[in-house]
Design a protein around this ligand. Structure first.
Ligand code: IMP
Length: 431
């Protein structure tokens, strides 16, 4: 029996997970998503073309690999259909190698409306949700009201859909939300519902499975399985910067509940971090830079949301947060992405601790959202050169190698590879 390897983001998302999964996929037989939904935007770039995936696992471009959407994932049928259509245009036929858990929950059009209603009701305390319906759909899952993929085969699917929609309309009204003014992609709720129902037909063309049996059988057959995380550690519902988080367990433990595998089946845990740090949406971000350096990171790193297009907040790498992420997830291998964004920086900094009320700490405090956190920065000499064409890890500039070594020392975890451009060929593995 093989173990299941895990790959996840260690910051606030957008660390470049899709690309690393894509690079690692040749080593695996199965790529499985275990949480999140269309709030994710996993960008893969190869042969000069950019591909963004939201719900579909990043192994889909490898025809012979099995791709599984686990029970912990949320599926929005219309977004799913759009993704399938985009793949078809690129000559990728996902019907053969994509399997979907019957237990994965559905995002209804009215979940998307409730996302907007909840955000509006929060006023200044908005989460900055991607408005894909994530929070409301997971809420219904926990409240035992949700509809699942397997339910699309039931004779009474439409009645159950209508009952849930009615509940959402009541909830929206109670929040004072103007349902008639609500639009998704320019469509009213009823118009969107028609497109959504048609998309259910696309979903039904795929193979629904009892994914917990499916994935455990894969492990028994000695297939190598990679669990692909979405969002990231610091957006985890329990250990992230609550309430500015997403609504699922994005951490290693989420693999067990989101796929139906035992903790003892977890193998390597590969954590992705940018060489700096970004965050999209609201919430604390102690190392954020509101100055020219922050703007340079944003521009040179093309830091605009893959799902929403929003500019991301940028800052220096945060080691207390990274150490926390390594602890919670049991990270065994680090992948560092995008150091090339800092090629022109004379100095690069690392936050190694926080000062809070005059006390130094390297712990993430409970009061993360409200405390006056002063990050303690250690400066490193920049490498001031292009990394283009660097042939191997050891051929990286000495200053960058020093910077990477410091990350290893600070986290106690070895770096397995560094990614120096968006292209899949530019991931340099440490020998
Ligand atoms: P939601 O998951 O759409 O409700 O969004 C909750 C918070 O998580 C917001 O701050 C989003 O910006 C953030 N978020 C959700 N998904 C992602 C992602 O894939 N990358 C980065 N941030 C995300």
């Amino acid at each position: 029996m093989t173990k299941i390897d895990v790959l996840l983001g260690l910051q606030w998302g957008d660390e470049g997970k899709g690309k690393i999964v894509d690079v690692l996929t040749p080593d695996y037989d199965v790529v499985a998503r275990f949480q999140g939904g269309p709030n994710a935007g996993h960008t893969l770039e190869f042969n000069g073309t950019k591909h963004v995936l939201h719900i579909i696992p990043s192994g889909i471009f490898h025809r012979e690999k099995i791709n599984l959407i686990g029970n912990g994932v949320l599926i929005e049928p219309r977004i799913f259909r759009q993704e399938i259509e985009a793949l078809t245009e690129k000559g990728v036929d996902a019907t053969q190698n994509l399997f979907i858990s019957k237990k994965a929950h559905l995002i209804l059009p009215s979940h998307r409306m409730m996302d907007a209603a909840n955000e509006q009701a929060k006023g200044n305390a908005k989460i900055g949700s991607t408005l894909k319906g994530i929070g409301p759909a997971y809420t219904d899952k926990i409240a035992r009201n949700g509809l699942r993929v397997g339910d699309t085969l039931a004779a009474d699917f439409r009645e159950r859909y209508d009952a849930l929609k009615r509940l959402h309309l009541q909830q929206a009204k109670a929040l004072g939300f103007d349902v008639n003014a609500f639009r998704v992609d320019g469509m009213t709720l009823d118009e969107y519902e028609r497109v959504w129902m048609e998309s259910i037909e696309t979903l039904r063309r795929f193979r629904y499975v009892n994914s917990e049996y499916f994935v455990n059988q894969c492990l028994r057959d000695n297939k190598k399985v990679l669990a692909e995380g979405a969002q990231a550690m610091m957006l985890d519902i329990d250990f992230g910067t609550y309430p500015f988080v997403t609504s699922s367990n994005t951490i290693t433990a989420g693999v067990c509940t989101g796929l139906g595998v035992a903790p003892s089946t977890i193998g390597r845990v590969m954590g992705i971090t940018k060489a700096y740090c970004t965050r999209v949406g609201a919430g604390p971000f102690p190392t954020q830079l509101d100055d020219e350096t922050g703007r340079m990171l944003c521009e040179q790193g093309h830091e605009y949301g893959a799902t929403t297009g929003r500019p991301r907040r940028c800052g220096w790498i945060d080691l207390p947060a990274l150490r926390y992420a390594c602890m919670i997830n049991g990270v065994t291998d680090l992948f560092v992405t995008k150091p090339d964004v800092m090629n022109n920086f004379e100095t690069v900094c690392m936050c190694t601790g926080y000062e809070i009320d005059g006390q130094l700490t390297d712990e993430i405090p409970y009061e993360y959202n409200t405390a006056d956190i002063r990050p303690q920065f250690t400066p490193y000499k920049g490498w001031m050169c292009s990394l283009e064409g660097t042939a191997s890890y050891n051929a990286l500039p000495k200053e960058l190698l020093d910077y990477l070594k410091a990350i290893e020392q600070q986290t106690g975890v070895n770096i397995r590879a560094v990614s120096i451009s968006p292209d899949r060929k530019d991931v340099l593995f440490k020998q």
